[in-house]
Write a protein that binds this ligand. Structure first.
Ligand code: SF4
Length: 346
C-alpha cells in the first residue's frame, strides 16, 4: 500500500478513482456515535443490544480525526457527507463538528440522519453551522405502534416536534424515512402520505432489509415497493420523476395533482448496487464498502500517519471494491456476517 498522496477524485496514480464495477467514491456516510436512544427492532433490538451500548467516548474518532478523515475522502472525490449513528444528535457539540466540516474544500453537501427527538434542542444550531439537509425516521403515526417500533423508547409526538423544529430552523430539504414491515406498520402508509404529501417534505418508504445480525429478518416481512406504490396510486395518482443524480437510492414519484413527492427505496426487490458510490465509516474508524459488508478495514493506523497516508489506504481499498450484495442476496455468495446497521447508520 503506497502512501502516495492521491489528488482530488484520483487514486494517487492520477487516474480517476473507481472501484472494480467502475463506481466512483462520491458519498460518505460517517457514524459519529454508536449509541442510540431508541431500540428499533429492525436495527438495534432491545433484547440484543444493552442500554448503555456505544456511550464509551474512548472508542470514538475525535473531531480532529474526523476532520482529517473527511479531508482525505474529499481528495478521492467524495462530495456528499452524511452524518449518522446510532443517533448522531447524542454526540456532544455536533454543531461545532458540522461547522468544521462545512469548511472542508470539496464538500458540496452535508446531511444528517436522525430519529428526530433531539432536534428541538439542536436544529437551529446545526442549520447555522452549515448543515444542509436532514432525514428523519418516522415509521408510524399511531402513538402506541410508534412507541413499540422504537423498542419502547420513543414518542411520536417528540418526533413530530423534531420535524417542526427542522422546518422552523429553515432546512430547505427535509426527508422522512419509513421502514415498512409486513404485519407491523404497512397500515400506516396511507395515513403518513395523507399527513405529509402537501408539506414540502419528501416521504420515503424503505423496504425492510436483512441488515446486521440481530433483526431476525425474513423475506416474508418485506412489503415490495411496487405494492405500496399501487396502494398509494389508487388513492392519489402518482407519476414517475427522474432521478436527481446518478446513484440516488430512492425511486421518485410526484403526485399527479402536483401536491408533493414521495420515494421508494427498494434494496430487496429492485437493487441499485450498480450505481452505489457510498462508503461508510463507523464511529471507531472502520471503513465498510457496503451496508452488508463483514468486518471492515481499520483506518486508524493510517489516520495516525496523516491525511495522505489515509487517502492512500482508502484508495487501495476502494479500487478493490466489488460489492453488490443486494443483487446476490440469497445466493451462497451473498451469505456472510453483516456489519450491524447501528454501527454504520444505514
Ligand atoms: S447492497 Fe451494498 S453495494 Fe448494493 S447498494 Fe447497498 S451498500 Fe451499495
Amino acid at each position: 500500500m503506497s502512501d502516495a498522496a492521491p489528488s482530488a477524485g484520483r487514486d494517487g496514480q492520477d487516474a480517476p478513482l473507481h472501484d472494480r464495477l467502475h463506481r466512483p467514491l462520491h458519498d460518505l456516510r460517517l457514524s459519529v456515535i454508536e449509541a442510540c436512544n431508541f431500540r428499533c427492532p429492525y436495527c438495534m433490538p432491545a433484547g440484543e443490544v444493552p442500554d448503555d451500548y456505544g456511550f464509551d467516548a474512548a472508542t470514538r474518532l475525535s473531531f480532529d480525526e474526523i476532520e482529517t478523515l473527511v479531508r482525505a475522502f474529499t481528495r478521492l472525490g467524495m462530495r456528499k457527507l452524511r452524518l449518522t449513528g446510532g443517533e448522531p444528535l447524542l454526540r456532544r457539540d455536533l454543531p461545532a463538528l458540522v461547522a468544521r466540516l462545512s469548511r472542508v474544500d470539496g464538500i458540496e453537501d452535508i446531511a444528517l440522519t436522525t430519529n428526530g427527538v433531539l432536534l428541538p434542542r439542536h436544529a437551529t444550531a446545526l442549520r447555522q453551522a452549515g448543515l444542509g439537509r436532514v432525514t428523519i425516521s418516522l415509521d408510524a403515526l399511531d402513538p402506541a405502534l410508534f412507541h413499540a417500533m422504537s423498542g419502547g423508547r420513543g414518542e411520536v409526538a417528540d418526533v413530530l416536534a423534531g420535524i417542526e423544529a427542522a422546518r422552523a430552523a429553515g432546512f430547505p430539504v427535509i426527508k422522512l424515512n419509513c421502514v415498512v414491515q409486513r404485519g407491523v406498520n404497512e397500515h400506516q402508509v396511507l395515513p403518513l402520505v395523507e399527513r405529509f404529501r402537501d408539506s414540502g417534505m419528501v416521504l420515503r418508504f424503505i423496504e425492510y432489509m436483512d441488515v446486521g445480525t440481530c433483526n431476525h429478518w425474513r423475506r416474508e416481512g418485506v412489503v415490495p415497493s411496487a405494492e405500496l406504490r399501487d396502494l398509494i396510486h389508487a388513492r392519489w395518482p402518482l407519476r414517475p420523476l427522474d432521478p436527481r443524480y446518478r446513484g440516488e437510492v430512492a425511486d421518485r414519484y410526484g403526485f399527479a395533482d402536483g401536491r408533493g413527492e414521495i420515494g421508494f427505496v427498494s434494496s430487496v426487490t429492485s437493487p441499485f448496487c450498480g450505481d452505489c458510490h457510498r462508503a461508510r465509516v463507523s464511529a471507531d474508524g472502520r471503513l465498510y464498502t457496503c451496508l452488508f459488508a463483514g468486518d471492515g478495514s481499520d483506518l486508524r493506523p493510517a489516520l495516525a500517519r496523516g491525511e495522505s497516508a489515509l487517502a492512500g489506504q482508502v484508495a487501495s481499498i476502494w479500487r478493490e471494491r466489488g460489492d453488490r450484495y443486494s443483487e446476490i442476496r440469497g445466493q451462497a455468495a451473498g451469505s456472510r456476517r453483516h456489519v450491524e446497521m447501528f454501527l454504520v447508520g444505514g
